[in-house]
Write a protein that binds this ligand. Structure first.
Ligand code: NAP
Length: 264
């Protein structure tokens, strides 16, 4: 399928690995030019090099996207579109696992900064330009934990729920929705990435169980009986960014192999 977005510019956060890289790859395959962001430069350069094989322009910004300075560097990267992105994928890695009794204000502010305020700042910086140009696609990578919260992911459950509420309102702003600009959240279940491994390490530490048996048990939670692959996530993301998805906005789309048991 031709996604109709060849030549557009996308900003992809957390793009050197995992789900962000899955999105960046699917967008590159659709002919979209990229600004890829992660803190570490080595993996970022390696991933960017692979994606340039699709014949698109790929710029890299090795910065912490949760900081004001990091976002300024993204919007001023030489050769980039400034703030005139057509597509924005917000993603910044997830907060640590733990027991809520151990988290103080600092831990909460860090989680809220990364998983709620950073996406809101990125939306604020780009959405009016998208509306003026008559095309925009914003996809926030959140978590299935927004719909089905997980005990040890309390920081994630809380911060991402704040973002979800904000997006539900902002996406329906008539100056945005009527101008072919959509804002949606993609909710991953269990995907085979570094982040999932770290979550299992936290669980193994808390429960004293072996990591392998935890992993096998977790795979059985989804009727698909497996973890998702970042490429599957990326293709769904690219479809939401396509010309064909202009009537889908303000939605929370689960990709979890059927793990969530509800009808809606
Ligand atoms: P991952 O494999 O650990 O990759 C995270 C990516 O984000 C890396 O490229 C990392 O590179 C980058 N990153 C992290 N913090 C950053 C920051 N402050 N600024 C810029 N880049 C940053 O994680 P993932 O599994 O793809 O997860 C992506 C998101 O989905 C996370 O928020 C995670 O909590 C959520 N999620 C994942 C799953 C899953 O099963 N994988 C399930 C539910 C939710 P650097 O470290 O070099 O910056």
């Amino acid at each position: 399928m031709d996604l109709g977005i060849q030549g557009k510019w996308a900003l992809v956060g957390g793009a050197s690995k995992g789900l962000g890289l899955g999105c960046a790859k699917a967008l590159a395959q659709a002919g979209v030019n990229l600004v890829m962001v992660s803190r570490g430069d080595e993996a970022l350069q390696a991933s960017a090099k692979l994606l340039r094989e699709h014949g698109v322009t790929v710029l890299t910004v090795a910065q912490d996207i949760t900081t004001t300075a990091g976002r300024e560097a993204i919007f001023s990267v030489p050769g980039g579109p400034g703030q005139d992105f057509d597509i924005v994928i917000t993603n910044a890695g997830g907060p640590p696992t733990g027991d809520f009794r151990e988290w103080g204000r600092d831990e909460w502010i860090k989680a809220i900064d990364a998983n709620m305020l950073t996406p809101i700042e990125l939306i604020k910086a780009t959405v009016d330009g998208m509306a003026a140009r008559g095309f925009g696609r914003i996809v926030n990578i959140t978590s299935s934990a927004v719909k089905a919260p997980i005990d040890i992911l309390g920081l994630s459950n809380g911060a991402r729920s704040g973002l979800t509420g904000f997006v539900a309102g902002a996406a329906r702003n008539s100056n945005i929705a009527s101008r072919n600009v959509t804002i949606n959240n993609l909710l991953p279940g269990a995907f085979e990435t570094d982040r999932l491994r770290v979550t299992f390490e936290g669980l193994a530490k808390k429960t004293g169980q072996a990591m392998d048996s935890l992993i096998q048990a977790r795979k059985k939670v989804a009727p698909a009986l497996r973890f998702g692959h970042p490429d599957e996530f990326g293709h769904t993301c690219a479809f939401l960014c396509s010309q064909h998805a202009g009537f889908i906005t303000g939605q929370n789309i689960l990709i979890d192999g059927g793990a969530y048991p509800g009808s809606f």
